[in-house]
Unconditional design. Structure first.
Lengths: 485, 55
């Protein structure tokens, strides 16, 4: 009987445990460790942030679902991993600390045969002074942040209804932040709601980003087939912003926020400020902050995790110049470099390098987006990691028949640009692969036949359809496994 | 509205370089029949990319 432990009930961890429980639960033990009591469908937080959905529509309680799946759910925070065990345990184990219920505060050692680290990112608001919902800016990274943002946004709308001008600032809140797509969706939805209320004459809308050019989205930009042209995403993105009357500041690394004012440095090394009445800025991400120890209880975190706290997997981490980056550098099985029975899925794995070209100001400030690994790739990675573990358990030896490199995997990005069944809008962009492969596709970096860049109501329907479909899948309702990641 | 359109075409401003949709494009974006077609076309395209992206 094998014991599989999954850390984190985000998109990758929850996907992994869904497959593990389906194929292993009768004969093996499957354990989920997550400090969160709810699953949240993060892409729909945008709509919570503009008051078009409630938090209850984007989340559900995990405990009943895991009970139905036959998963042992421990609502706890994983604090350290001990892959070699210790003096008491032969097997590897995870130290967890319960965060609720009668065991709150209690520590426990959970042993495992296989471990999946799907802990996702730590929202590193502390890395930028004054950033975050407890300080001077909003966030839509979680449903409660998004609900808070909606409260603040309503205050601005009320002021505008009373004839007061308002400045909206949305974008990235750290020089190395990623997830530009979510911020982009949010500013378009704010613009759509302002237009709907016929208040656009009172709105100054600004996009601020660490991208060298707009449309980079942390994947080095892309080319898309659109209206008979091959168009760079820079043009596509700038055109959408222009249409919504949104101006922009690019190549900007936000360094500090005070009440109503953002301080940033640009790639020329110049320091500027931007005033705002409402700001939603995405923080930098880092690893969950777990430590790793060997059998002698010596801290080996630097061997297991990269500097940003994310787990080193089967990638090539040799430092290389941008010109030497290769598609093969990216991992395909997500197996830990140091321990064969440990895997990292979704945002928890350390990418070998960025996709966007690293940029630095004359003052030495690095200003460029780090690579995104959210949504679709996280789900796919969670699935193949689970499939490989299921295979290994059944075969009795570790093998990886399933692979999913981000340099071979495509992705669709559906950027909501306004909510409404008949007038809603979204931009649908597809790229394949996510990581550009200039050797295989020397002209465009990606398979141009698989790209698309379309704006319209169909995109909104797709995003809405995915909202209901993926929540159905996550709740493990009948035939959930027929729905692809 | 007038003020907004002037702001978008101030020469050499960032915003002046972007493209803008014509009335026909705006109509197509919300045209029910075309969007139903697009919904199925795009979903098929996404499915093909997702399923083909891993083994």
């Amino acid at each position: 009987m094998a014991k599989v432990v999954v850390l984190g009930a985000g998109i990758s961890g929850h996907t992994a445990i869904s497959y593990l429980s389906k194929y292993l639960k009768k004969d093996h033990e499957v354990i989920m460790v997550s400090p969160n009591s709810n699953f949240q469908w993060i892409p729909s937080n945008i709509w919570v942030g503009v008051g078009l959905m409630t938090p209850d529509q984007v989340k559900f309680k995990l405990a009943p679902v895991y009970k139905k799946m036959g998963v042992d759910f421990k609502q706890a925070l994983a604090t350290s991993i001990h892959p070699e065990g210790d003096a008491e345990n032969e097997k590897g184990f995870v130290t967890i600390k319960y965060v609720s219920g009668e065991n709150e505060g209690k520590e426990e050692k959970v042993t495992y045969d296989y471990l999946i680290n799907g802990t996702g990112p730590k929202l590193n608001f502390e890395a930028t002074e004054g950033l975050g919902p407890n300080k001077f800016t909003e966030s839509v990274c979680t449903y409660d942040h998004a609900e808070h943002a909606w409260g603040k946004l309503q205050e601005s709308f009320k002021k505008m209804e009373n004839g007061e001008r308002q400045t909206f600032l949305v974008g990235t809140g750290h020089p190395l932040a990623t997830c530009q797509g979510a911020a982009f969706e949010y500013i378009l939805n704010i613009g759509f709601e302002i237009n709907k209320r016929k208040l656009s004459h009172l709105a100054d809308m600004w996009w601020i980003s660490n991208e060298y050019e707009l449309g980079d989205f942390g994947m080095g930009g892309a080319y898309i087939k659109r209206n008979g042209y091959i168009t760079p995403t820079k043009i596509f993105t700038e055109s959408i912003l222009k249409e919504y009357g949104i101006r922009w500041v690019k190549r900007a690394g936000v360094q500090k926020v005070e009440e109503g004012k953002v301080y940033y440095e640009n790639l020329r090394g110049e320091h500027h400020t931007k005033e705002f009445d409402f700001a939603m800025l995405i923080p930098g991400f880092s690893g969950a902050g777990m430590k790793a120890f060997n059998k002698e209880n010596v801290d080996i975190s630097s061997e297991v995790f990269a500097g940003n706290g994310m787990m080193k997997v089967d990638a090539d981490y040799t430092p290389k110049a941008y010109e030497d980056w290769r598609a093969e550098d990216w991992p395909s099985t997500y197996q830990s470099q140091k321990y064969d029975n440990v895997y990292a899925a979704g945002i928890a794995f350390a990418p070998p390098h960025g996709m966007s070209k690293p940029m630095e100001s004359p003052n030495g400030t690095k200003i460029f987006p780090t690579p995104p690994r959210t949504g679709m790739p996280s789900g796919v990675i969670g699935k193949i990691v689970a499939q490989n573990i299921i295979h290994s358990i059944k075969k009795g030896k570790i093998e990886h028949p399933h692979t999913a490199s981000m340099a071979k995997m495509g992705a669709a990005c559906i950027v909501s640009a306004g909510y409404g069944l008949f007038k809603g809008q979204a931009a649908v962009m597809t790229v394949n692969p996510i990581v550009p492969d200039w050797e295989k596709y020397p002209k465009w970096g990606r398979n141009i036949k698989d790209t698309v860049g379309v704006v319209g109501t169909a995109g909104h329907w797709m995003k809405l359809f995915m909202h209901y479909m993926f929540l159905y899948k996550a709740k493990a309702k009948p035939f959930w496994w027929l729905i692809p990641e | 509205m007038m003020k907004k359109s002037i702001e978008k075409t101030i020469p050499y401003s960032n915003i002046s370089f972007g493209t803008e949709p014509t009335r026909l494009v705006r109509f197509i974006r919300v045209c029910f029949i075309f969007q139903v077609y697009n919904f199925f076309r795009l979903n098929l395209k996404v499915m093909k990319i997702v399923v083909g992206g891993h083994s």
